[in-house]
Design a protein around this ligand. Structure first.
Ligand code: GLN
Length: 450
């Protein structure tokens, strides 16, 4: 069972912040009883799942891997957790992550880094590194992560598992602790495309009461049933900007080999151009940091979470010290950057310009999808790198997000799945990008390749 496996490997992988074995076993027992009583159950009933630690689980620690939420037990469940519960899915624990989902290596966790199961000296990717690692290590067959700029897709690639970032709005964000609300989406990790489709079916849905940015997706609940690996005639675009300098030869070769395989399956594969993706990285870091600086203002040491013992009776000191002591370096960096680009003197030069560029990038993708059904790209410039390799250089860390952020900027779905290995036997992933609500197409294309 998964907990025996967790006991055997977790001290090396360290994919969890909290393991909820007792509650999980009780829930599994309850599911067994329902089954024995002849109740009609979901296909996911009794299946274990790990949940990223920025998704609220009622009564269970939800820390965002931050000291500032070290003691936070939410009084409510995220909508996705309610949905899992309705399917009798069993939550195994809370997966490790970069603090507040800011990072690409899982090394910004306040408690411990997670290790890549394929090579324990390397990072699992991030920010949903724990969610990817526990699936890759066999500690859970499924997990949920969140993706603001690649946080599901890049760790899926580094760990050799399937990861899907759904269309913005397809999955409710209620109970997902916000990083950048206009970009954040919750999505599945799994070992196969079909499993990912099944989990997407379970969590997707309009949530009118709790998330006004959620919508009723046209594929709601029916992706797995409509999976179809026949992709003859599917038009697949290869944007040349994603295959240029900066992408390692092994990654490029592996993704191009996948493109060849698609031709063999009857797809029409051709080059396209997305010249504006060059601006995606700065646009992403401006917009996401701006939203983060506002979203994270709620952590003030007063309402809940960490409160400094060093403030005496000075209220301003209580705020500043709680935040300085509670947030890690990367989170503070983003708050400062975000506050700066929103400040009155710089708003027009940075924030407003970034929003304008976002509109252009959206248009560019919309135009591309006039010509193709899906777009195939690398996920990250390299495979998993060593722990510590990029921690001293934030800009180098940010540069690793170059292939993933535009999907969030444009609100599109992105599917990542393994497509090969490098010389060190580390997994290489490929990314399929679809039009808004094109999840069915993406997963069909993914299944065909599998
Ligand atoms: N690596 C990106 C960042 O640090 C993306 C993170 C995410 O998707 N949550 O912001």
């Amino acid at each position: 069972d998964v907990f025996a496996r967790t006991a055997a490997v977790e001290d090396r992988v360290q994919g969890y912040v909290t393991v909820t074995e007792e509650a999980a076993l009780a829930q599994a027992e309850a599911v067994d009883k329902k089954r024995a009583a002849g109740e009609e159950l979901s296909a996911l009933a009794g299946i274990p799942i790990a949940v990223k630690d920025n998704i609220c689980t009622k009564g269970t620690l939800t820390t965002c891997a931050s000291k500032i939420l070290y003691n936070f037990k939410p009084p409510y469940n995220a909508t996705v957790v309610e949905k899992l519960d309705a399917h009798d899915v069993v939550v195994t624990g809370k997966a490790n992550m970069d603090e507040f989902a800011m990072g690409s290596s899982c090394e910004n966790s306040a408690t411990h880094p997670t290790h890549n199961p394929h090579d324990l000296t390397r990072v699992p990717g991030g920010s949903s590194g724990g969610s990817a690692a526990v699936v890759a290590a066999g500690e859970a067959p499924l997990s949920l992560g969140s993706d603001t700029g690649g946080s599901i897709r890049q760790p899926a690639s580094f760990c050799g598992v399937v990861g899907l970032k759904p269309t913005y709005g397809a999955v409710s964000r209620y109970g997902l602790i916000a990083f950048a609300s206009s970009l954040d989406q919750i999505g599945p990790f799994a070992r196969s495309v079909e499993d990912a489709a099944m989990l997407l079916d379970a969590v997707t849905g309009h949530d009118p009461l709790h998330d006004s940015t959620s919508v009723k997706a046209p594929f709601e609940g029916s992706v797995r049933a409509n999976l179809n690996a026949d992709i003859k005639g599917m038009k697949i675009g290869l944007p040349k900007e994603y295959f240029g300098a900066g992408i390692s030869d092994e990654v490029r070769a592996s993704v191009l080999a996948a493109a060849e395989a698609y031709k063999g399956l009857g797809a029409e594969v051709f080059e396209i151009s997305l010249p504006l993706v060059e601006y995606a990285l700065p646009v992403y870091y401006i917009l996401s940091s701006a939203e983060a600086s506002s979203n994270l203002a709620r952590f003030d040491g007063v309402k809940y979470g960490y409160r400094t013992p060093n403030a005496g009776d000075d209220l301003i000191a209580l705020y500043t010290k709680s935040r300085s002591e509670g947030f890690g370096a990367e989170v503070q960096r983003r708050i400062m950057l975000g506050t700066y680009v929103l400040s009155s003197g710089y708003y027009d030069a940075y924030y407003k310009k970034a929003r304008a560029a976002q509109r252009k990038i959206k248009e560019e993708f919309a135009n591309a999808f006039e010509k193709c059904d899906v777009i195939l790209t690398p996920v990250a410039p390299t495979t998993a790198y060593g722990l510590g390799a990029k921690t001293s250089n934030p800009l180098e860390m940010y540069a690793g997000d170059v292939c993933t952020v535009s999907v969030n900027i444009a609100g599109l779905p992105g599917l990542v799945q393994p497509c090969g290995f490098d010389a060190n036997k580390l997994p290489i992933g490929m990314q399929l990008i679809g039009p808004r609500f094109g999840e069915q197409k993406l997963l069909n294309a993914g299944l065909a390749f599998e």
